[in-house]
Design a protein around this ligand. Structure first.
Ligand SMILES: [Zn+2]
Length: 310
């Protein structure tokens, strides 16, 4: 930490293991992580999953009269920049052309300038699999870009942020980050709404620790929805037969095989790990009374689970 940490880093995660097969993985981020330490036989990834869900990735297009830039923002950091300066019209052009001609020429150049930018934007977004776009610049310019955006890009436009050519890039990124987080929270609310709707209509959803855990174990989860504050406490597993409990205290004897030796695990971590292994969407919800009332956790599942598992 004293030698390798870069000055711009605001968060650090380090996974470390000694012994016969030592392992060390440090990760730095330009967004903060909570202070947290865990000693476990599996890596604790919940906070990284929360980070990924909160900041994820988007494309930022910064457009001013003089230039445009397209930036990829991943986990709060600019990871790639493509930019093109707009060649300024030479001053002497004005004296050679009539004023009307000059203005028409300038409008046409602006249109071409924006069209070129949007072609690059479109290619970059589809090549990188991006689904969120944020525009930044003077309102007059961002409005023009919006008008020129093809439909599929308009639907991916998350927000527009006001900035001038004098605004520092880091400030623009900071401003778009908060816009993105707001949009992400809106997305979270929509997913909770969908979960509640599925529950009320007898659809494809389960809620609560036990049903969610079992749905994850069966590998039929599309979306794991979890509130930030969700804390189910530890789960246990029987050392002899492998029976697992996530809704009760460690029993005196295993209900299945009567053995008395148990291992404990972090239920929240285990659920996130299973969801990651299934490659399903994990939605971390920062504030939702609705989700809290449902036990803080739920899953949208891909088909109805037999009743005995619920
Ligand atoms: Zn047992």
């Amino acid at each position: 930490m004293s030698t390798e940490l870069t000055p711009i880093s605001k968060g650090l995660a380090a996974f470390s293991r000694a012994g016969a097969q030592p392992f060390f993985l440090p990760l730095q981020f330009q967004v903060p992580l909570p202070n947290w330490i865990a000693v476990d036989n599996i890596p604790n990834i919940y906070h990284l999953v929360e980070l990924k869900d909160t900041y994820h990735r988007y494309v930022l297009m910064l457009v001013t009269k003089g230039s445009w830039r397209i930036l990829q923002v991943n986990l709060g950091a600019v990871t790639a920049t493509m930019w093109e300066e707009r060649p300024e019209l030479r001053d002497r052009v004005g004296s050679e052309w009539s004023k009307v001609h000059f203005q028409r020429h300038r409008q046409e150049r602006t249109r071409k300038f924006l069209r070129d930018a949007i072609v690059v934007l479109d290619q970059l977004m589809s090549a990188g699999g991006y689904t969120h776009l944020i525009l930044a610049g003077p309102p007059a310019m961002t409005a023009q870009v919006r008008n020129h955006l093809p439909k599929h890009l308009q639907s991916q436009l998350t927000d527009t942020v006001t900035a001038s050519s004098a605004t520092r890039l880091s400030d623009v990124v900071e401003a778009t980050l908060s816009a993105f987080i707001e949009a992400e929270e809106q997305e979270s609310r929509t997913i909770v709404g969908n979960l509640v709707h599925q529950l009320r209509t007898g659809g494809l959803a389960v809620v609560g620790t036990g049903p969610s855990f079992r749905a994850l174990c069966r590998g039929r989860v599309d979306v794991l929805v979890m509130s930030k504050e969700y804390d189910p406490g530890p789960g246990w597993s029987c050392d002899r037969c492998g029976s697992i409990g996530v809704e009760s205290e460690v029993p005196d004897a295993c209900p299945h095989c009567k053995a008395q030796e148990f291992g404990r695990f972090n239920t929240k971590e285990r659920m996130v790990q299973k969801a990651e292994a299934l490659d399903c969407t994990i939605e971390i919800v920062s504030q939702s009374d609705e989700l809290s009332h449902l036990g803080g956790v739920g899953c949208l599942v891909s088909y109805h689970l037999p009743d005995e598992y619920l």
